[in-house]
Design a binder for this molecule. Structure first.
Ligand code: GLN
Length: 285
């Protein structure tokens, strides 16, 4: 069958469960680009391409999974974050577009001439730290997570991107096994309220790991732990960079203010939602 016919059929099928036409289209092209090992723009100019029976079968199977609400990234087992290929499975959170703003902010802080030691806390796929490593030359990055699955995936990603030499992966319950002081701690911790989890989309509820999303009953559990402990793991002029929920600006600000963090700043993401908190340690001069 020709690519254009496959796209037509897939569009009909997916439109029965996904309302947003742009999402249907992007889902189809996303999956096809991994299936055929071609970029989306290549696919768009090669609509007459003949697709083998075998690939057709695989794609049919992928569509069935998507019809059942499985996110495309778990189906292809790979996604892109900050323009970098990231492997993943359903035991880790799917990297989100808004998290790229967190990376932007850390990269603005890093001066080319200096060496930085950075911790990516609750690393999941490792996407944040990997994007920082890829875009700097002298940075050393430690990754940590409480669970074994993200530890394994982060190691795999570092290996396939050839970034092992400047990194270390540490299994740790928050700061428990952290022994060094850092210039920068960056984290996208779980921040959804327990009661709000069930109103998220089926893609998330049925497939993404709950533990990577829920931040206790008020969604703030990890911010409280970080505000209380992170300064012990930061150098004198160290800074923290955190992703927050779009509606958590004032609550998270207060948590850090009450623990005497300095120069607290909230940055908006590309959708104009408050998304990143930056602060200096309570002891910075
Ligand atoms: N740091 C990872 C990410 O941003 C995982 C975050 C998490 O598990 N909460 O995708």
């Amino acid at each position: 069958m020709k690519l254009k016919n496959i796209i037509e059929e897939a569009t009909l099928l997916l439109s029965s469960v996904i309302e947003d036409k742009a999402e249907v289209k992007s889902n189809i092209f996303f999956m096809l680009s991994y299936l055929l090992n071609k970029s989306i723009s290549e696919l768009k100019i090669n609509l007459d391409l003949n697709i083998s029976k075998e690939k057709e079968k695989t794609f049919e199977n992928w569509l069935k999974r998507r019809l059942n609400f499985e996110p495309v990234q778990y189906i292809t087992k790979e996604t892109e974050f900050y323009g970098i290929p990231i492997k993943l499975d359903n035991k880790v959170l799917i990297p989100r577009k808004e998290t790229e703003t967190l990376v932007d902010e850390v990269l603005k802080e890093i001066k080319k001439s200096k060496t930085y030691k950075v911790l990516d806390l609750a690393c999941g796929t490792g996407c944040i730290g990997i994007a920082i490593l890829k875009n700097t030359v002298k940075t050393n990055l430690d990754f940590s997570d409480f669970y074994s699955a993200p530890i394994k995936i982060t190691k795999e990603n570092l290996k396939s991107l050839n970034l092992e030499s400047r990194s270390k992966v540490i299994k740790s319950d928050m700061f428990k096994n952290i022994e060094t002081k850092y210039d920068i701690i960056v984290s996208n911790p779980p921040y959804i309220k327990k009661s709000e989890f069930k109103i998220l989309s089926l893609d998330i509820i049925n497939f993404e790991p709950k533990n990577a999303l829920i931040g206790g009953s008020d969604g703030l559990e990890f911010y409280k732990k970080i505000a209380t402990n992170a300064f012990k793991y930061l150098k004198e002029k160290g800074k923290i960079f955190l992703e927050i929920g779009y509606n958590q600006e004032s609550e998270v600000f207060k948590i850090f203010k009450n623990k005497n963090w300095k120069d607290i700043n909230i940055i908006k993401d590309l959708s104009n939602n408050p998304r990143i908190l930056i602060a200096k340690t309570p002891y910075s001069l």
